[in-house]
Design a protein around this ligand. Structure first.
Ligand SMILES: [Fe+2]
Length: 227
């Protein structure tokens, strides 16, 4: 085989590789679009269930991203936090409205019903491989740093990191949102609760990141509260 023939074969191989790469990136684009459509469909399902949940989920998503940025996470992890925040309560679709909209005075069995939502949500999204990374967020966003949370009673760093971030964002939004039976907590009270919760409810480092944002970047929080 002379040099020219070898060069020709190499060229053919390169153009074949290029073709395969182009086809692969085209398939990825199609998959990415299908994924985004699925996200949108699920988002509509969440909104239809409860308008409070909608605003709450969008804000939890935004606060989680702010925390992720503060903690120096990669853009891939920030994307996971964004989607995970939107869907952290998706399992509430399985909770009857009579319980979900009650807000106060829940009986023990009603509360037990609500406590199923992290597992229900994780099961709902399990068949979709694209959601693989957000499932730990959905499943463990009600765990507490001291191990007294649910559904698994995981403790400290056994709780997936992104779930610990969403847990802080979730509580922060609950504290700063007005409910039918109470006003939102004052800034001073929110700061106190985050301080008290360090190491019990919250990962101390993540609670500190939230405090840092509240104290030094309040404009970012105001921006999220417009959602
Ligand atoms: Fe939840």
């Amino acid at each position: 085989m002379n040099k020219d023939t070898i060069a020709l074969e190499e060229n053919e191989e390169i153009s074949e590789m290029k073709k395969i790469n182009e086809e692969l990136s085209e398939s990825n684009t199609i998959l990415e679009n299908a994924y985004l459509e699925l996200v949108e469909t699920l988002r509509l399902a969440v909104e239809a269930k409860d308008t409070y949940t909608r605003g709450h989920s969008d804000r939890v998503s935004a606060y989680s991203v702010l925390l992720g940025e503060k903690l120096g996470l990669s853009s891939r992890k920030l994307k996971t936090l964004k989607i995970g925040g939107i869907f952290h309560d998706i399992g509430k679709i399985g909770v009857p409205d009579s319980i979900l909209l009650k807000e106060r005075g829940l009986t023990e069995s009603e509360f037990a019903e609500i406590k199923k939502h992290p597992l229900v949500g994780a099961e709902m999204l399990a068949p979709v491989s694209y959601f693989k990374n957000i499932i730990p967020i959905i499943k463990y966003h009600h765990e507490r740093y001291d191990g007294t949370g649910y559904p698994a009673g995981l403790k400290g760093e056994d709780i997936p990191y992104l779930a610990r971030i969403v847990a802080v964002a979730d509580s922060f939004d609950a504290m700063t949102s007005k409910r039918s039976y109470r006003n939102s907590l004052t800034r001073k009270k929110v700061i106190k609760q985050l301080e008290i919760g360090k190491g019990t409810q919250f990962d101390p480092q993540i609670a500190d990141a939230m405090l840092d944002i509240i104290i030094n970047e309040p404009e970012k929080i105001k921006e999220v509260q417009k959602i």
